[in-house]
Ligand binder design. Structure first.
Ligand SMILES: [Zn+2]
Length: 181
């Protein structure tokens, strides 16, 4: 099997983990893992995926270009790993083969996500990542706008939300002179 990522190497049988078979590229060290093998490994080797490697810094390759599945030759779909990382995994939709660039499995383990590989590809997971990422953007925007008062404002908003007379309180706040009849 030829590597469709670097287009220079050969994919040879290898192991991602002692009980997890994969194919590894002789040139770019990218890995192709079948979802069925991953799920079997997760079942067999629960201990291994639960402990996360606390590697302080993982350097992983990231190819943002579209990639063809080495097995089917069809376009693979990209999935974000987490909101804090630009890394994406490729999935071959018809056969559920996962492509990881060199170092991405280590990155996944370092993030404590080795047991979540199958959930990363769900619509729910991807949706969560996107909404968390946009929440972060908005939060930074508010921080920028409100500066030192942001924390106070946030706490006050909570108070306001817990009030029974919330709408009246808001009206009171925005009125130029709430004592004017
Ligand atoms: Zn390669």
């Amino acid at each position: 099997m030829k590597c469709t990522s670097c287009k220079a190497g050969k994919l040879n049988p290898a192991y991602l983990e002692p009980l997890l078979p994969c194919h590894s590229c002789s040139n770019c060290s990218g890995k192709l893992v079948m979802m069925t093998d991953y799920l079997r490994w997760k079942d067999l080797d629960q201990e291994a995926y639960l402990k996360s490697d606390t590697a302080p810094e993982v350097v992983a390759d990231d190819t943002s270009k579209a990639m063809l599945c080495p097995k089917t030759g069809r376009l693979m779909t990209k999935y974000l790993i987490s909101k804090d990382s630009d890394h994406r995994l490729d999935l071959s939709p018809t056969i559920n083969a996962i492509w990881m660039d060199a170092g991405e499995w280590e990155l996944i383990k370092a993030n404590g996500l080795a047991g979540n590989l199958n959930t990363i590809f769900t619509r729910h997971w991807q949706h969560e990542i996107r909404s968390q990422a946009s929440a972060d953007v908005l939060s930074a925007m508010y921080q920028d706008k409100f500066g030192e008062q942001y924390a106070e404002l946030k706490a006050f908003k909570e108070t306001l939300n817990s009030m029974e007379a919330r709408s009246e309180a808001i009206a009171y706040l925005i009125a130029e002179d709430p004592y004017e009849a």
